[in-house]
Design a protein around this ligand. Structure first.
Ligand code: MSP
Length: 513
């Protein structure tokens, strides 16, 4: 048993949740639910990043205080996640007082360790990314990701990040699972071949007042990324004496497995700034930083608010249901890769895998049990008939666990789909709808097997489709829904009520535009 602590990035509060941000949140929710299913102690964090220039400017425009502005916008995220059945343990907001106090304590510690110094900063700043760039970073006068930059020259405070370049390289090399997938690790090692500069961690209040005031200079606030990254640790008690036990449980203990899931565009801040900050603060590094790919628009570019082509996940949900959307994202995108999104693709997947596969198996099985067995589960005595599917089902449980632990949720779902396919094929071969008329016992044997496969598959797919799988298990009167019960065959005894009802996954048609 582990203490599995998983985090999404905390989203900029100004942006509305969209399919891109929903993607990461859904994936973390699925992973957290799987770890709970396996019996791990699990903690799932998401939240909003609320300081910085963009927020200050947007609040000013609306004639609101930045805090009022943030309070209102954070609700958009909470509401969206509620609609997508996201079961987080904490919704973290960087404007929480305990967080600000903890950030100041961390800064003071670095200052006392002589790891922060004042200097004049001259360079370029991208407001939209809240990131400093040097002249050599710019491409055609813009940031490497194509954002507008402005020239800046001012006194600021710097964290001696450069001192930690070699220790970070050594750490990455000694811990191959630290940055995943492997190609992202190689990107970071490539980046670290260039000398690492120190990190500017302040903003003068004359230019930006919406931030955490530096403990050693009241004319400055903390750079938003420095404040935001610390959220992962302060959320579980870091720099809070009264929460020390909690912090060591989630962060420091040998059982704790801190897993940060982020998009590939924020890899450097997470895989370079964050670990060097932790090294300097003498805090253990997270176990895994996983950089996923992007949901792409129809032009194969990142779907983003600034390009104006974001899809509202709730519109897709209205078409295929929350669980359909969750299933599609888990099953269709290999975690780590970029993926184009289209309504045609999503509908095809949902019809193939859900309506035609699991949905069809459920309707066939429950209809036949309704028709020939008065809605009661038949028993099973012929173990040779079930041997092959029983073996596949057990293997499927192992595969799901292994794939989830290796952060390969698409393969986990695939192995359940394979089990369901095998069972549908078994039904085709044995045709209980024909045999029932002459030999009710052998039709019952077959249907018992189908019920078992449905039960096991539904338990294994609960993290992906919590609502639909709960309905399915209700229809089969299954009460034990934990991982160990999935590993046992014969979970549905003879005579158990089996409900026949309307299709669990009705086929979806593309709306006419
Ligand atoms: N506030 C920072 C994160 C601080 S974490 C200490 C931030 N916020 S963000 O709102 O701009 O982006 C958050 C996440 O959304 C990133 O991981 C980013 O990759 C992800 N996505 C935004 N658009 C996306 C897609 N089109 N596809 C997949 N993920 C995308 O950065």
């Amino acid at each position: 048993m582990k203490n599995f602590y998983i985090t999404t990035p905390i989203y900029y509060v100004n942006d509305k949740p969209h399919l891109g941000t929903a993607y990461c949140t859904i994936m973390c929710d699925v992973l957290a639910r799987y770890h709970k299913l396996f019996g791990d102690k699990t903690f799932f964090l998401t939240g909003t990043d609320e300081h910085g220039q963009k927020v200050q400017q947007a609040a000013e425009k609306r004639g609101l205080s930045p805090q009022e502005h943030c309070d209102e916008l954070a609700e958009n995220f909470k509401q969206a996640w509620k609609n997508l059945n996201i079961n987080y343990d904490v919704f973290f907001r960087t404007t929480a007082d305990f967080h600000k106090t903890a950030v100041r304590a961390a800064l003071q510690q670095l200052f006392d360790q002589d790891l922060i110094y004042a200097d004049t900063y001259e360079g370029w700043y991208s407001v939209s990314e809240e990131i400093f760039y040097t002249e050599k970073d710019l491409i055609d006068g813009k940031s490497p990701t194509g954002k507008e930059v402005q020239k800046i020259s001012e006194k600021n405070y710097f964290f001696k990040m450069s001192q930690f370049q070699q220790p970070l390289i050594d750490y990455i090399q000694a811990h191959p699972e630290f940055i995943q997938p492997e190609y992202r690790k190689n990107e970071i090692l490539g980046f670290l071949k260039q000398p690492l500069s120190d990190l500017c961690i302040s903003r003068p209040k004359s230019r930006l007042s919406w931030g955490v005031e530096l403990p050693f200079d009241k004319d400055y606030v903390t750079y938003v990324w420095f404040d935001a990254l610390l959220n992962y640790a302060t959320a579980v008690g870091y720099q809070q004496e009264q929460r020390a036990a909690e912090f060591s449980e989630w962060w420091g203990s040998k059982d704790s497995q801190v897993t940060h899931v982020i998009g590939k565009d924020i890899l450097t801040t997470h895989a370079v700034y964050w670990p060097t900050m932790l090294m300097a603060l003498k805090v253990p590094l997270p176990k895994v930083i996983f950089g996923h790919g992007w949901i792409l628009n129809k032009d194969n570019a990142k779907m983003s608010k600034s390009s104006g082509d974001v899809l509202n996940p709730l519109d897709i949900k209205d078409l295929i249901g929350v669980d359909g959307l969750r299933y599609f994202l888990v099953r269709d995108i290999h975690f780590g890769n970029d993926a184009p999104f289209s309504f045609e693709g999503v509908i095809q997947k949902v019809n193939n895998d859900l309506a035609n596969n699991i949905g069809n198996l459920l309707s066939r099985t429950t209809n036949l049990i309704g028709k020939y067995f008065e809605g009661k589960a038949p028993g099973n005595k012929d173990l040779t008939l079930s041997a092959s599917l029983q073996k596949t089902a057990l293997q499927c449980c192992e595969d799901v666990k292994n794939h989830i632990e290796k952060l390969e949720p698409s393969y986990a779902a695939e192995s359940v789909v394979k089990l369901l396919n095998d069972c549908n094929k078994f039904l085709e071969d044995t045709a209980p709808w024909k045999t029932a008329k002459e030999d009710l016992t052998s039709a019952g044997e077959v249907l018992h097997i189908a019920l078992e496969v449905l039960r096991i598959s539904a338990i294994l797919l609960q993290p992906v489709m919590p609502e639909k799988m709960s309905i399915l298990l209700d229809r089969l009167s299954v009460t034990e829904r934990d991982f160990s019960s999935a590993k046992k065959w014969h979970g549905i005894s003879a005579g158990t009520p089996i409900e026949k009802s309307e299709p669990l996954f009705p086929r979806v048609e593309l709306p006419k535009s």
